[in-house]
Design a protein around this ligand. Structure first.
Ligand SMILES: Cc1cc2nc3c(=O)[nH]c(=O)nc-3n(C[C@H](O)[C@H](O)[C@H](O)COP(=O)(O)O)c2cc1C
Length: 109
């Protein structure tokens, strides 16, 4: 298992619908590649934090796609490396609200 956690800043202000579309596509590809995780978006700071977990090759492949996405910028990896087990095994990509954003970021800083 491999974990990668990053934060980034949205370009513009994605609407609820934009986020829903993004998640639908993300869940499709992630489930194909065996990647699970969590995505949080904070409206106030327009920041994303995402946790990707799965086989190393799959995680890096998906992150490579995400990194090139013009929908966000200022991408900073907080943590990356081997891990013992999945924490989001039931979620091809869980989405949480702003309230949890800081808690997740602080856990990895
Ligand atoms: C913050 C953020 C997180 C994303 N997370 C994922 C993800 O977990 N999995 C994924 O496949 N795409 C994710 N995407 C979308 C990809 O960057 C890309 O736009 C999409 O997968 C392209 O789909 P396509 O090949 O159908 O054009 C994310 C995009 C952003 C901005």
């Amino acid at each position: 298992m491999y974990d990668l956690i990053y934060v980034s800043t949205a370009k513009g202000s994605p609407s609820h619908d934009d986020l829903k579309k993004l998640l639908t596509r993300a869940r499709e590809r992630n489930s194909e590649l065996g990647v699970t995780g969590l995505l949080a978006y904070d409206q106030e700071t327009r920041s994303y934090v995402q946790i990707l977990e799965g086989p190393k090759e799959s995680v890096l492949k998906i992150f490579d796609i995400i990194r090139k996405d013009q929908g966000h910028e200022n991408i900073r990896v907080l943590k990356e490396g081997d891990s013992q087990s999945r924490r989001f095994g039931d979620w091809t990509m869980a989405m949480v609200e702003s309230a949890y954003f800081k808690a997740i970021v602080f856990e990895y800083l």
